[in-house]
Design a protein around this ligand. Structure first.
Ligand code: NI
Length: 185
């Protein structure tokens, strides 16, 4: 099932997401399948549960559709993730987000991280990532912390983008996948 992707301005994108209870009622396998399907339909390489309106600590990554050597074999489900440590020189990369279409901006992030998470079979992992893999994880992890990439921009950049962001919230943006906009016109 393809979900509409929640657009900038929806409060769900600003919440710290809740851990998923392994014994709870959420059908994780189905939700993970739906998230990959939704992400692929929008040509994304990462998607977090808040972006489909669910306040859960879950994100998926699949770089297989890209030409990027570092991430084209990177496909992973991250449940109840916690970044334990970030280190290394900060580097700039131009990021975009399915919830903030038409805006791309350089973001500075540390080059390495250590993360603990469960996969879709509830196996616990603790791993280190660097480079582009770390970059994609950091962006998606931010989503389950209620943080968006535009938060890292300078005050000036944010002011310049304000009108565009308001338009996105209202649905005044050209986008080729289904979205849910928080402000009704
Ligand atoms: Ni995003």
């Amino acid at each position: 099932m393809i979900y509409p992707i929640v657009a900038y301005g929806d409060p769900v994108l600003r919440k710290v997401a809740q851990d998923i209870d392994k014994e709870g009622t959420t059908d994780i396998k189905k939700l993970v399948d739906d998230m990959f399907e939704t992400m692929h339909a929008a040509n994304g390489i990462g998607l977090a549960a808040p972006q489909i309106g669910m306040n859960l600590r879950l994100f998926v990554i699949d770089g297989s559709e890209t030409e990027d050597e570092e991430i084209k074999n990177f496909k992973q489900v991250f449940i109840n993730a916690q970044i334990l440590n970030e280190e290394g020189d900060k580097w700039a990369f131009e990021e975009g987000c399915l919830s903030i279409p038409s805006i791309r901006e350089d973001v500075m992030r540390p080059s390495k991280l250590r993360i603990r998470y469960y996969d879709a079979d509830w196996n616990l992992h603790e791993e280190e990532y660097s480079g582009m893999m770390a970059r994609v994880i950091q962006h998606e992890y931010d989503h389950i912390q209620g943080v968006l990439f535009i938060d890292y921009l300078s005050g000036l950049r944010k002011r310049l983008l304000k009108g565009k962001l308001n338009n996105i919230s209202k649905g005044d943006v050209k986008v080729d996948y289904r979205m849910k906009f928080p402000i009704k016109k």
